[in-house]
Design a protein around this ligand. Structure first.
Ligand code: HEC
Ligand code: HEC
Ligand code: HEC
Ligand code: HEC
Ligand code: HEC
Ligand code: HEC
Ligand code: HEC
Ligand code: HEC
Ligand code: HEC
Ligand code: HEC
Length: 317
């Protein structure tokens, strides 16, 4: 009975996929993958894998371009006829395991890329940092248990198996809410490759940040050069020990590029009470509280034409 159902399915999908092929001009799935015994032949020894497969996206007949309409188990594991005949076993009967290091990286990836090379997300996989450094699809994805990398809350744990430094940073005092599952590594990175540096999801760091921090985009009448260039000049978006995820606390952050300025500014600014002479005792404005930001409050840029202050270009308001 089970066999007949399967035959009918095969027959139906045969007609269906040839119709689909001629309509949509898709590559021939039915020829690309090995035929072989399906779930029924495996279930008595691999109940767990068969069960999960049946529930997963790949096991759905409704997923027309998926393995359930290609070669079922053999789509990824090859023809397991000999494996079944021999009574199973690791490496027995030439069965392929794309999750095993015994298989060459390129072959493991090819198992998946036959169906997943298309689409905008993986166009830059070839030559990407992960591809060239021997990270395979199955380093991050699992096919027979919940794929933790697809869920924001569990995703970081998958990345942390290889990225210890980021694990440390993400646990610091000032950080994105990544551990809470509100922001995911993949909101900023495309682990499948990109044209931006550090696998940025958008073409540049700034464009990646603008997805959520659009108010920093400008264009501003008075803009601050490093802000246009790369947010990570001042911020470490994984986390830091300084407020606002700054790599260093002002004034030290600012002193990397600017020389401390002298007493003249106090007069220009008309600051009450004290001189801003940062070399003398009363440099308190520069070093205390928010440091340089006590006065230069609009550090990302300002549109203020400033009718009241002569020097809006210095990011006061
Ligand atoms: C008679 C039992 C039996 C049947 C039937 C069977 N297997 Fe296996 N298979 C095994 C055993 C035992 C292992 C080794 C598992 C282990 O060591 O944990 C294995 C291992 C595997 C592996 C891992 C191979 C490796 O080298 O890492 C794959 C993939 C696999 N089987 C696929 C299948 C598929 C697909 C089917 C059905 C077409 C199937 N098996 C049918 C018993 C069976
Ligand atoms: C026969 C074609 C085929 C093969 C081979 C295949 N997939 Fe898929 N996969 C699909 C289709 C179709 C979907 C449905 C979503 C879509 O259209 O992209 C899918 C969905 C997925 C999803 C999303 C699952 C979800 O729950 O949303 C992941 C992740 C995935 N595949 C990874 C892989 C990996 C890793 C491999 C190799 C081990 C692989 N696929 C092999 C066709 C295939
Ligand atoms: C470094 C980890 C990592 C590697 C390696 C990786 N992926 Fe992914 N993949 C992810 C993450 C994270 C997501 C979820 C975020 C997203 O959609 O970009 C994802 C999502 C997907 C999806 C579902 C969403 C979609 O694009 O439709 C598919 C399909 C997929 N990956 C296939 C692959 C294939 C095929 C490979 C190997 C060529 C691969 N992945 C390698 C981490 C990885
Ligand atoms: C989309 C590709 C794909 C399909 C279809 C697929 N598998 Fe797998 N299988 C994998 C990958 C990848 C692994 C490595 C472990 C993982 O990702 O969970 C694996 C691992 C296994 C293992 C070995 C687990 C171990 O202990 O190493 C068995 C057994 C297995 N699959 C059986 C099956 C059976 C039976 C079917 C059909 C019902 C099937 N697989 C369908 C991709 C697939
Ligand atoms: C199996 C190990 C492994 C896993 C899992 C992994 N990576 Fe990587 N990743 C690497 C290796 C190896 C490099 C190369 C640089 C290095 O050695 O750190 C790398 C580099 C990177 C880079 C820097 C790329 C560049 O071009 O500068 C980013 C960003 C990155 N990974 C993000 C992620 C994210 C996000 C995840 C989880 C979705 C992830 N990785 C999971 C191994 C892994
Ligand atoms: C808010 C955006 C954002 C999020 C979320 C994010 N990253 Fe990054 N990541 C970046 C930026 C920007 C860089 C480049 C920083 C630089 O070069 O100073 C980077 C760099 C990296 C690098 C390369 C570091 C190096 O020294 O080359 C790795 C690895 C990495 N991220 C992994 C991760 C992992 C893992 C997660 C999730 C736990 C994650 N990132 C979450 C923005 C992000
Ligand atoms: C997916 C959305 C998203 C992306 C992309 C994103 N952020 Fe954020 N960012 C957030 C959220 C959410 C918060 C937390 C806001 C809160 O706690 O009120 C935040 C907060 C911040 C903060 C303030 C932290 C504090 O202590 O007040 C800084 C700085 C920041 N992000 C910088 C960046 C930079 C730089 C990038 C690009 C590398 C970036 N963000 C990309 C969502 C994002
Ligand atoms: C020149 C250094 C510098 C650069 C470059 C920079 N920032 Fe900031 N950023 C700061 C400082 C300093 C603060 C603290 C401001 C404050 O407390 O008033 C801050 C605070 C923030 C905050 C939290 C407070 C707020 O104003 O919302 C966000 C979000 C933020 N930056 C996003 C970004 C983004 C996105 C970029 C890139 C487009 C960027 N920053 C580039 C220095 C910089
Ligand atoms: C990576 C280097 C860099 C860092 C870090 C940096 N700046 Fe700048 N800043 C610049 C550049 C470049 C300009 C444009 C200078 C010019 O036009 O002469 C500029 C312009 C300014 C101006 C306007 C002055 C003018 O002459 O146009 C002020 C004020 C300023 N920065 C304050 C700060 C403060 C405060 C910090 C720390 C929160 C800071 N900057 C951090 C590079 C930096
Ligand atoms: C007490 C307020 C105050 C504080 C604190 C302050 N500034 Fe200024 N800054 C000013 C004023 C006022 C001007 C305008 C001077 C002028 O018009 O000639 C100015 C101008 C500047 C300029 C442009 C002119 C120049 O000298 O190159 C830079 C760059 C600058 N500040 C950087 C900084 C940095 C870096 C810090 C922290 C170390 C800082 N400021 C702290 C008030 C302040």
């Amino acid at each position: 009975m089970a066999d007949r159902t399967r035959l009918n399915w095969g027959w139906l999908t045969g007609i269906f996929s040839s119709a689909l092929l001629s309509f949509a001009g898709l590559a021939g799935l039915s020829t690309a993958y090995a035929a072989g015994p399906g779930p029924q032949a495996c279930v008595k020894c691999h109940e767990e894998q068969v069960d999960y497969y049946g529930k997963s996206v790949h096991g759905q007949k409704g997923n027309l371009r998926g393995p359930a309409n290609a070669g079922e188990c053999s789509t990824c594991h090859g023809d397991a006829t000999e494996h079944v005949k021999a009574g199973g076993g690791r490496g027995v009967g030439g069965v392929k395991n794309p999750g095993s290091k015994l298989m060459a990286d390129d072959d493991r990836n090819a198992t998946c890329l036959g169906c997943h090379a298309g689409g905008s997300k993986r166009t830059h996989w070839d030559g990407s940092t992960h591809q060239t450094r021997g990270t395979t699809c199955t380093s991050c994805h699992t096919m027979h248990s919940k794929d933790r990398v697809l869920t924001k809350l569990t995703q970081p744990q998958v990345c942390f198996t290889c990225h210890k430094q980021q694990r440390v940073e993400i646990n610091r005092m000032f950080r994105h809410p990544i551990l809470e599952g509100k922001v995911a590594c993949s909101d900023c990175h495309n682990p499948h490759g990109s044209i931006g540096r550090a696998l940025m999801k958008r073409d540049s760091v700034v464009d990646t940040c603008f997805q959520c921090h659009a108010e920093k985009r400008g264009p501003f009448v008075h803009s601050h050069e490093p802000v246009n260039e790369d947010c990570s000049i001042c911020h470490n978006p994984h986390g830091t020990v300084a407020d606002s995820m700054l790599k260093l606390r002002p004034p030290f952050l600012c002193h990397q590029c600017h020389t401390p300025h002298g007493p003249v500014i106090a007069q220009v600014r008309g600051q009450p009470g004290q001189s801003a002479n940062i070399t003398g005792k009363s440099g308190v404005n520069v070093t205390q509280g928010r440091g340089c930001l006590n006065c230069h409050t609009q550090i990302h840029g300002t549109n203020n034409p400033s009718a009241t202050h002569p020097t809006p270009q210095f990011f006061f308001r």
